[in-house]
Design a protein around this ligand. Structure first.
Ligand SMILES: [Mn+2]
Length: 433
């Protein structure tokens, strides 16, 4: 007998790949894990009979000669299969997209690729084998791809995921069904927490911003708190809102913040507390803390105006590699090649006279022109930025003028340079989940 298994706490990618594998391996029985994510459980409560899934108790593991594992390659994530995973008589096939160092399932056949969702690999396989996919199956597979790729927006998304999603839409995957099940968990528990927050809501003004900080007791793992804080901020209508969610039994406190104003960087505040995020949203998980102390800590961090301390002057690189207007183009080319920079300022004394970038080399038509001074090819129109501007201002400036770097100028003198990747690194600090 052949069986298909996936990891515990199955998400949509796990369930979708489990079902997809049962099509690719028509003899194999897909086994539903005992633990499922809430939205997957909700989906299965309506759809379970459509997919001929098996409970583990319904199969005799002693009969199994081939084990197909999807969406993980780690033994610890697969429940109740230790004997099979260890048995030399069982042929193991793995379909996965994670590639962890701790992968320890020894597979006779390993299909492991760095796609956003593992369902993508199985959909490709079905397409290759020209297997028809019905509308309900296409919907489930698309849910798998969308969940693991954040509807194709997460950085780990690949072109293959998008292509597979396109193929499933051609097979009439139903986006209305998806919308209902993929919606992040906002259920009675979350509603209750929001209600409690609203009952005790208070507003204060700090550094000119309207702030609301709310402390709530929660029990056990509570997903969807970020959405609750989002809705809370909307309703109380403040510049920034913070939720301090404490689980007393586990001595754990989750802090979630949300800000709508540029001057109040929640990501910075959360980083100071050991968490992370971006300017508009962030979170931190704290152990053994008193919620009142956490509230004071947040107030202190806002008062200390942490976010205001991040100015372009802090982010810029210096000293700046520059050339003079008389530098020959070939020398500039050599510098760009050596440093990997895409452009450098041209200066006279400390004043920026222009910028020369790789793009400007397109104006060079004859080799002899490489002997000419850079001033003949540089762009004289320079967009610069003062050191006290915010990162967002710098990013907007670069986007508006389609340039990759801004000289930082103070009292007319060049003091540094800031690039698009500097601002990107600042904004795209990872959000913990
Ligand atoms: Mn996955």
């Amino acid at each position: 007998m052949e069986i298909i298994v996936t990891h515990k706490n199955a998400d949509f990618d796990a369930l979708a790949s489990l079902v997809a594998a049962s099509i690719v391996y028509p003899e194999a029985r897909p086994i539903v894990p005992k633990t499922l994510n809430p939205n997957v459980r909700a989906f299965l409560s309506i759809h379970k009979d459509l997919f001929s899934l098996f409970d583990r108790d319904a199969v005799d593991l002693a009969e199994v000669s081939r084990l197909i594992v999807v969406d993980t390659a780690q033994r610890a994530r697969v429940e109740g299969m230790d004997d099979l995973l260890a048995s030399p008589d069982v042929e193991i096939h793995v379909w996965d997209h994670h590639n962890h160092q701790s992968d320890d399932i020894r597979a006779a056949v390993l299909n492991q690729e760095k796609t956003g969702a593992v369902t993508t690999l199985l959909v490709e396989e079905m397409e290759r084998k020209k297997i028809q996919i019905s509308r309900i199956y296409a919907t489930l597979f698309l849910a798998g791809i969308y969940e693991d790729t954040g509807s194709l927006t997460f950085p780990g998304t690949t072109a293959r995921d998008a292509r597979a999603a396109g193929y499933l839409l051609e097979q009439c995957a139903d986006l209305n069904v998806l919308k209902n099940f993929l919606r992040p968990a906002y259920g009675p528990k979350q509603k209750q927490i929001l209600f409690e927050m609203l009952q005790h809501s208070s507003r204060s003004t700090l550094n000119g911003y309207h702030i609301s900080i709310n402390k709530v007791a929660v029990e056990g793992h509570t997903p969807g708190l970020a959405i609750v804080v989002d809705m809370y901020q909307d309703i109380v209508n403040v510049d920034a809102a913070f939720g301090i969610f404490t689980d007393r039994d586990k001595a754990r406190t989750m802090v979630i913040g949300r800000s709508e104003v540029e001057g109040l960087n929640v990501g910075m505040i959360m980083r100071s507390m050991g968490g992370g995020g971006h300017p508009g949203a962030g979170s931190a998980l704290l152990k053994e803390v008193n919620p009142d102390a956490v509230e004071e800590w947040i107030v202190e961090l806002i008062k200390g105006n942490q976010q205001a301390s991040v100015r372009i002057g802090d982010l810029m690189s210096f000293p700046v590699m520059t050339v003079s207007p008389e530098t020959p183009m070939e020398e500039v080319a050599a510098i760009l090649r050596k440093t990997g920079y895409t452009g450098i300022p041209v200066v006279e004394g400390k004043k920026v006279a222009g910028i020369i970038s790789r793009r400007d080399f397109r104006k060079v038509k004859k080799t002899s022109q490489l002997k000419a001074p850079v001033k003949a090819f540089m762009s004289g129109k320079v967009y610069d930025i003062p050191p006290e501007s915010s990162v967002l201002q710098a990013a907007r400036r670069m986007i508006k003028h389609d340039i990759g770097r801004l000289p930082v100028v103070e009292n007319g003198d060049l003091i540094g340079i800031v690039t698009r990747s500097d601002t990107m690194r600042y904004f795209y600090d990872t959000l913990p989940d």
